[in-house]
Design a protein around this ligand. Structure first.
Ligand code: UD2
Length: 296
């Protein structure tokens, strides 16, 4: 039935006529550098799927579950099965220090899970920041021939609704749910000029999440390589940016504008009540007890 649906959509062109003078007016749907901003109501999911389906693309996702964060993996994987690029080829790369505790989750044809072992760490900051290094290496050594797009996601999160082809782009960033209504002077950018993540007053478009970003493989390779190098250069000077790799990601996205921006629908926080412009929550961070879950 699904296949029939795609064929129908592809060949008949029978879908709701786009209206050039109608659009959502309560939110920004295109950035000043002409990147789409994806909100519910700005795209036709069936039409988009019918464009991407014949290309037989493969989407990778990376997720780190180190130490006690392994407990979040089951929900993450099960909900990804229900909502993340359903009916597409999806390869999920799990990085963990507890490979034996990776839950068995039934995956649909075309989808697979690959587990990579990583060392444990005593500092949570190091775990979250070293993701850039591991992703860079993964892309270089394993993914070049098999994968078209990649998304790098936080594990302490769940999918609730569709996250699909509408999110594909060269370089893709998600606007952070905690700051999207704020003036840039309130964004928690790195403020020390000695840091390579430094953002001067008056700089910055949006505050982006460290918990979800992606794009074409080569674009994400460049991003992870640059953020990793900058993080390591800072470390040599004894500096750790305010929000570790998230600060470096924000600096990167300021210099290299994302070609697609995902609205906070793509990474909401369960602890936060929904604002009226958020019609749907696709993916959200679960409430966690930081003191209990992080290494001491
Ligand atoms: C924010 C960002 C996160 C990262 C961090 C700054 C969002 C929603 N989250 O979240 O991506 O930028 O700030 O460093 O934008 N992890 C482990 N084991 C640990 C600690 C972390 O596996 O002991 C992994 C895990 O995949 C987790 C991720 O690192 O989802 C980020 O860590 P966090 O969720 O503790 O960071 P948080 O909530 O401060």
């Amino acid at each position: 039935r699904q296949l029939y649906h795609y064929i129908f959509q592809s060949y008949s062109g029978f879908y709701k006529q786009p209206c050039i003078i109608c659009s959502r007016t309560d939110v920004m749907t295109v950035t000043p550098w002409l990147a789409p901003v994806v909100w519910e109501g700005t795209f036709n999911p069936d039409l988009l799927d019918s464009i991407y389906k014949p290309k037989n693309i493969t989407i990778a996702a990376t997720v780190f579950a180190v130490g006690k964060y392994i407990r979040f993996l089951k929900d993450f994987l099960e909900t990804a099965e229900q909502h993340f690029f359903v009916c597409f080829n999806v390869h999920i790369y799990v990085f963990t220090d507890r490979p034996k505790e990776v839950p068995k989750v039934k995956m649909a044809p075309g989808r697979k899970l690959v587990v990579h072992s990583v060392p444990s760490s005593k500092r949570w900051q190091e775990i979250s920041a070293r993701r850039m290094e591991f992703i860079q290496t993964l892309i270089k050594e394993n993914l070049q021939k098999h994968v078209d797009y990649i998304f790098c996601l936080d594990v302490d999160s769940k999918f609730h609704s569709r996250w699909g082809t509408e999110s594909l782009g060269g370089l893709v960033a998600v606007v952070h749910p905690g700051y999207y209504r704020d003036d840039r002077s309130r964004f928690p950018y790195e403020q020390r000029p000695e840091s390579r993540a430094y953002m001067a007053p008056g700089e910055g478009d949006f505050y982006y999440c460290g918990g979800a970003f992606g794009g074409l493989l080569q674009e994400v390779y460049q991003l992870t390589k640059t953020c990793r190098t900058n993080f390591e250069e800072d470390a040599k000077k004894g500096i750790e940016a305010a929000w570790q790799e998230e600060s470096h990601l924000n600096r990167y996205m300021w210099i290299n504008k994302p070609s697609k921006v995902l609205s906070p629908e793509y990474l909401w926080q369960d602890s936060k009540s929904r604002n009226p412009e958020v019609h749907i929550i696709r993916f959200s961070g679960v409430v966690k007890n930081y003191a209990e879950i992080r290494p001491t």
